[in-house]
Design a protein around this ligand. Structure first.
Ligand SMILES: [Zn+2]
Length: 314
């Protein structure tokens, strides 16, 4: 009995290790700077999107509630103004014996050279809504979590609509992350036979007192680990650290946000996010408490990274 259990444990360990590598072929593993600064990311636009999405009017964007619908309409309409084809992907799920209706918002920018390769850029637009009152405030605005990721997604869509990628880019504002990553689960499980080469997920990217952002996921993809490790120090005014993926003694974030369903379905992923802060899942996660300069630098870094990886993916 004892032996068979340890054999089983060993066997499952073997399976786990075997399933861990999610390869991505790059032409070069040296980080470079293709971001076109002429028509680059505009800070005021980024801030105006996050300010609207985190405003009290949206009542914390809880899935199934009116404020979530206002956010959905805002994202949808904005992407349409970029002359993109925007699709809603409705889905429903059971929660506490109730059926909840939700919807992802999807748009695709077709690649000029490798249109059948898809890089999938994601950020969840839902948050936790109205809740327990703290210091006379009951609206959980979710500015960092995750109006920040969605505002970034919108400016990235604008950038790549003007500066066409080689691979196709799918942009998805995901719903119902806070109810168990439901939007990501639905999207990934219904992706058909599309060749998804990489997921880039943004969730909480607008503040950190040490100006530090984590990149989680390179553990599984050696080419990406090398790629980021090759950046000379002080290249960016922010610090980015590879980790939180189970090898550095910190909490693993592999299952913490929407990238998990990509990982689970063997699609390489990069998750950009900050450490939890005192306002995490509190009514005080507001626009006033983000760090605009840090946030803008992070979004430029992500934009450059997508542009660069797009030019290097085989
Ligand atoms: Zn989140």
């Amino acid at each position: 009995m004892k032996i068979s259990i340890s054999v089983l444990v060993l066997f499952s360990f073997f399976i786990k290790v075997q399933s861990q590598e999610l390869p991505l072929q790059l032409d070069s593993e040296t980080y470079s700077f293709p971001l076109n600064t002429e028509s680059s990311i505009i800070k005021e636009e980024l801030l105006s999107h996050i300010q609207f999405l985190a405003s009290d009017k949206l009542e914390g964007r809880k899935t199934g509630q009116p404020g979530n619908l206002v956010a959905r309409n805002y994202i949808y309409s904005y992407l349409e103004t970029l002359h993109l084809d925007v699709t809603l992907q409705p889905f429903s799920f059971e929660r506490k014996n109730k059926k909840i209706e939700a919807s992802n918002i999807i748009t695709v920018i077709e690649g000029t050279e490798l249109p059948k390769n898809y890089m999938v850029i994601t950020a969840h637009y839902d948050h936790v809504g109205i809740g327990k009152t703290v210091k006379n405030d009951s609206i959980y605005n979710g500015a960092d979590d995750n109006a920040s990721g969605v505002a970034a997604l919108l400016v990235l869509a604008k950038y790549f609509q003007k500066n066409k990628p080689k691979n196709s880019l799918i942009f998805i504002a995901l719903d119902a992350e806070e109810m168990g990553l439901q939007g990501a689960k639905y999207f990934v499980e219904n992706r058909g036979d599309k060749n998804m080469v990489l997921n880039i997920n943004m969730d909480m990217i607008s503040r950190n007192e040490n100006n530090e952002i984590y990149i989680c996921g390179t553990r599984y993809t050696p080419s990406l680990k090398k790629y980021f490790s090759n950046i000379p120090e002080n290249t960016f005014p922010i610090t980015f650290t590879l980790g939180h993926d189970g090898l550095d003694g910190k909490d693993s974030w592999v299952k913490q946000s929407d990238h998990y369903y990509f990982y689970k379905n063997t699609i390489p992923f990069l998750y950009f996010g900050v450490e939890d802060h005192p306002d995490y899942h509190k009514p005080s996660d507001t626009f006033e408490n983000i760090q605009p300069d840090f946030y803008f630098e992070v979004v430029q870094f992500i934009a450059n990274t997508i542009a660069d990886l797009d030019s290097k993916i085989k």
